[in-house]
Design a protein around this ligand. Structure first.
Ligand SMILES: [Zn+2]
Ligand SMILES: [Zn+2]
Length: 381
């Protein structure tokens, strides 16, 4: 029995990935004294490494993740080509494989079929899952939209030479121009790739363990602002798992999410369009629902809160309908509006304002009710 299992286990191990993932830190360690002797830590190469690190991270967050995996926006073909070219240098596989695995992660999150389920252990979710050729949950079938995309297919086909060119040869050439190809290899490639790789991997490990859950308690994903600083905004993972189609991971304006600012900037330059933005009413209601679930888990009676939230929901639906009416009226009467049409628009705007006031009042009452419920256990003792 054991004899027949052994070759199967051997076949399942992805030796090339293991050699890459363990070989990088090992070579950084073995080459450290040579690096020190050759004074490779000079400012121009450090600045180069930081820039290339940012390119790695942004190609993954803006490109592989929000654009290709989630279709949170549409990019200009030039932007797409750039993402696929530079993104290969991050050594995180082709966009096709990355997006295919990531979609399964969202669909099967925390189950046995989640390719990087946190329930299989912190380090498994971080990077041990890649040590297997076919971790459970990985689909062999390529999603049709990725299959018929010529650019994505092209990158997939030439992934390895592209990755070596962008990930290693370009940094070495940059280092050579600055006086040391070895500095380019050590700082610009090895140290950079260790950093950008493990920062991305932390989204699958740390962001499923440490942080808050304001938008959903149905999975392990967490919002973690500190991780967002390291990963260009990907740390708001709880929001992302609830609203994966949104081009923002941090929906509030002050959330540190450079990826959303870059996508928005690209749209302003005409290089991206169709940005998906979840309605603020929907986001607020999700937060309210989760706050109620947390109180319920503490054994508190949330019936009055749920009733109040339903009131907010009804007003939110009215607001949404009024917004749509207003948009329609504006679109229809774009060229010129007669007096009665202008009066209709005015009445619609007034009603919208009224509804927003009613919503604010209902939310305020919900918050007061929540405070009251939270204080109940203390009153009982
Ligand atoms: Zn996740
Ligand atoms: Zn995602």
């Amino acid at each position: 029995m054991s004899l027949s299992l052994e070759p199967q286990v051997k076949r399942d191990i992805n030796w090339i990935t293991i050699a890459y993932l363990l070989g990088l830190p090992l070579s950084a360690f073995l080459l450290f004294s040579k690096a020190q002797a050759e004074h490779v830590f000079f400012w121009p190469i450090i600045v180069y490494a930081i820039i290339h690190y940012s390119i790695d991270c942004l190609c993954i967050t803006v490109g592989y993740h929000r654009f290709i995996s989630h279709k949170a926006f549409e990019a200009h073909p030039a932007v797409k080509a750039l993402i696929l070219f530079a993104g290969a240098g991050a050594f995180q596989n082709s966009a096709l494989v990355w997006a295919r695995d990531h979609r399964v992660h969202h669909r099967e999150v925390d189950t046995d079929d989640d390719p990087y389920s946190i329930n299989k252990g912190f380090w498994y979710a971080h990077f041990f899952w890649m040590f297997h050729k076919d971790p459970k949950g990985i689909e062999k079938k390529t999603p049709p939209d990725l299959k018929k995309d010529a650019l994505i297919q092209l990158q997939h086909r030439f992934y390895l030479p592209l990755a070596i060119l962008v990930g290693f040869l370009i940094p070495m050439f940059a280092g050579y121009l600055m006086g040391s190809a070895f500095a380019g290899l050590y700082v610009g490639a090895i140290l950079r790739l260790i950093s950008s790789g493990h920062c991305t991997f932390m989204i699958n490990s740390v962001a499923h363990v440490l942080g808050t859950r304001p938008y959903s308690v149905n999975n392990t994903a967490r919002d973690n602002w500190f991780l967002s600083i390291l990963t260009f905004g990907e740390g708001y993972h709880n929001y992302h798992h609830r609203f994966q189609a949104d081009y923002r991971n941090g929906p509030v304006w002050y959330a540190w999410d450079p990826s959303k600012w870059i996508i928005f900037g690209l749209s302003r330059l005409g290089l991206a369009h169709g940005l998906i933005r979840v309605d603020e009413e929907k986001i607020r209601l999700a937060r309210m629902e989760v706050a109620e679930q947390k109180l319920e888990q503490k054994g508190l009676d949330i019936a009055t809160l749920v009733k109040k939230r339903m009131e907010v929901l009804q007003i939110a639906e009215r607001i949404q309908a009024l917004r749509e009416d207003l948009e329609k009226m504006k679109a229809e009467g774009k060229a010129k509006m007669d007096r009665s049409e202008r009066a209709l628009v005015y009445a619609c705007k007034r009603k919208l304002k009224e509804m927003k006031r009613a919503r604010n009042n209902a939310v305020k009452q919900w918050k007061e009710q929540r405070k009251l419920i939270q204080s109940l256990p203390r009153l009982q003792y």
